[in-house]
Write a protein that binds this ligand. Structure first.
Ligand code: ZN
Length: 195
């Protein structure tokens, strides 16, 4: 439980504080019992906010924070929430370290009222979102014109849907589907960060 020295070296998985006395800061995770380090690096205790963080040695891994623009894939969608696997932070080549499974609640789907999230997203959709909360769980939002679906597949045949006015269209099936799309749907701009 080293917390007196700012230059204390810690190792991946090492318990650096108890969950009761500290909050997990950047580079750490909470096992429920302990705050543990993701990295080998210098322990940095913020005594004002009671949080512990670890500054990784070497190349800095990508740790998400609130306000980050992220790209994710819808894994599961229900009427009230979706589970989204975050695959990258926009503008970053490196992988995200730590928690990558985020929750998108129906209230965070769009600026206008969405009665059921299953009408806005389908499994396998690629979405651009913003991180709105990190603790106790990763939460994302797709409210805003630049946020939402970037790529969607036809739920009948699996081909990529094309944007056609306010709907998405499958030319093969000659049918349309609806999504909450980003305003640059289909352009493949995964690294766009100006939202
Ligand atoms: Zn189709």
């Amino acid at each position: 439980m080293a917390q007196d020295d700012k230059k204390t070296m810690v190792y991946p998985g090492e318990a650096i504080a108890s969950s009761e006395e500290m909050l997990p800061g950047e580079g750490t995770f909470d096992t429920g019992e302990n705050i543990c380090s993701y990295y080998a690096g210098d322990l940095d205790i913020d005594t004002k906010n009671f949080s512990a963080r670890v500054n990784a040695k070497g190349s800095t891994p990508v740790v998400l924070k609130e306000g980050d623009v992220v790209i994710g894939e819808i894994r599961m969608v229900k009427s009230s929430m979706a589970v989204v696997e975050l695959v990258k932070k926009a503008g970053e080549k490196r992988r995200i370290t730590g928690e990558t499974e985020a929750t998108l609640r129906v209230a965070n789907a769009a600026e206008q009222y969405v009665p059921e999230l299953t009408k806005a997203y389908k499994k396998r959709d690629v979405v651009r979102a913003v991180v709105v909360s990190k603790a106790p769980s990763l939460q994302i939002s797709t409210k805003g014109a630049a946020l939402g679906c970037l790529n969607a597949l036809c739920t009948k045949c699996g081909k990529t849907l094309e944007k056609k006015e306010k709907e998405l269209w499958c030319a093969d099936c000659e049918r349309s589907e609806t999504r909450k799309t980003a305003n640059d749907y289909g352009e493949g701009a995964l690294d766009r960060t100006n939202i």
